[in-house]
Design a binder for this molecule. Structure first.
Ligand code: FAD
Length: 382
């Protein structure tokens, strides 16, 4: 089912993304991280090259490519810098609920804004008191004539400071649990929308993360995604099936970069009269790092290929995201170990990669949440 060779188009995209990572991302990554600078110009440049939001259908001005193309490109961008990849991917996640559940009119309007005008968007689900437990969000949307009034606060929203519009998950029925949830598109300049300060994160510091506050924000009913209430939960979750292969690809790219740095360093550094990789303990560490990169990619490709074949990929995406995120944390930590004291210094890139890996185990469903999903799918029908 999963082809292990990339076709010509996929290879071309991979080369384009790799070259972009070499020319535009790697030379700036340390600076962006140190200065916590959002890489806006580089995101726009990647978009113009056709490396972002690949899954917007042609009918709405997009490239109409699949999940496989996305993960191949994302691995290269994250190999360039994981913070850049997270920042650049925010829009893709935010528009996924529109692609999977939006009305024709909504697709024409919001997807075209991204594909043709380069609009940026953010996915607003997490709240100060509700992260993993999405069903306990308290942001409300109350119908008032042909409008809804939204009140609530969203937390840790990637790209919020630069977004033109948001996907916002709300409750239209507070007593119906996840069945009472509805998703909306809200423009970032709507009256009553305000932003918190940029979070000072451990890693991926160039990515913009902040809270978004909705205070009596009026949105036209035409911005209720799908046109009817209570489809919000499925919509937000379907978006994750689409996005998790991508996070797994980010993790694969990060781990590959960390492994390559460590391999190279182990060929340059000598201890006790031998290159580092001639010590078996180090060679075995490098061998395990490489296995983890390869396994991460295979799981990622499988979850992407299932999505492209129109098959349910919930479990496969959870395997890929969980394994690749944990592997990225382990591989980048081992890369720091191979570098010894130099690895602990910010003068070498492995420290930045290790700091950047941690969030992959936390966002878009933590590693524990992925295990909950795998457990649920595994036990179904017993
Ligand atoms: C840099 C960054 C960017 C982000 N970007 C976005 C974004 O763009 N949009 C958005 O909506 N959100 C975003 N998030 C939020 C992210 O998705 C949440 O942080 C994540 O879902 C975890 O939620 P929480 O932080 O509330 O932790 P909690 O849900 O409070 O969990 C705390 C810990 O307990 C574990 N845990 C929780 N419940 C269980 C359980 N039942 N069994 C076992 N373990 C459990 C979790 O895995 C975690 O380790 C971002 C977060 C970060 C840090």
């Amino acid at each position: 089912m999963v082809a292990l060779d990339l076709d010509e188009m996929q290879q071309m995209l991979q080369e384009l993304a790799h070259q972009f990572a070499l020319d535009e991302i790697r030379p700036n990554a340390e600076y962006w991280d140190k200065e916590s600078e959002y890489p806006l110009q580089a995101i726009k440049a990647a978009d113009e090259l056709g490396l972002l939001n690949l899954h917007i259908p042609e009918a709405y001005g997009g490239a109409g490519l699949g999940s496989m193309e996305e993960v191949v490109v994302t691995e290269e961008l994250a190999w360039g810098d994981p913070g850049f990849a997270t920042a650049a991917y925010a829009t893709s996640l935010a528009i996924a609920p529109i692609i999977t559940g939006g009305t024709e009119e909504q697709k024409q309007k919001w997807l075209r804004k991204v594909a043709e005008e380069g609009a940026l968007a953010s996915y607003c689900v997490t709240e100060p008191q509700a992260g993993s437990d999405v069903a306990s969000i308290t942001t409300t949307a109350v119908k008032d004539g042909d409008e809804y009034i939204i009140n609530g606060e969203k937390m840790f929203i990637t790209g919020a400071g630069y977004a033109d519009f948001f996907f916002v998950l709300t409750k239209t029925d507070l007593n119906a649990g996840y069945r009472g949830m509805s998703g909306f598109v809200v423009e970032s300049n709507a009256e009553g929308v305000s932003l918190g300060k940029k979070e000072s994160n451990m890693g991926q510091r160039c990515s913009d993360t902040r809270s978004v506050i909705f205070n009596n924000v009026r949105v036209p009913a035409s911005q209720l995604i799908g046109g009817s209430e209570s489809g919000g939960w499925m919509n937000a979750m379907n978006a994750f099936d689409m996005s998790r292969p991508n996070i797994a690809a980010q993790a694969t790219g990060l781990a590959r970069a960390a492994f390559e740095h460590a391999l190279q360093y182990s060929d340059e550094r000598e201890t006790f009269g031998q290159k580092l990789h001639q010590h078996q303990a180090i060679q075995f560490m490098l061998a395990d790092m490489k296995t983890k990169v390869e396994a991460s990619r295979l799981l990622t490709w499988k979850s992407a290929a299932l999505a492209d074949a129109g098959q349910k990929n919930t479990e496969a995406a959870a395997h890929a995201k969980r394994f690749a995120a944990d592997a990225a944390m382990e591989v980048s930590t081992d890369a720091v170990q191979v570098f010894g004291g130099y690895g602990y210094s910010e003068e070498y890139p492995v420290a930045r990669l290790m700091r950047g890996a941690k969030v992959l185990q936390i966002y878009e469903g933590s590693s524990q949440v992925q295990r909950m999903i795998i457990g649920r799918e595994m036990l179904r029908g017993l």
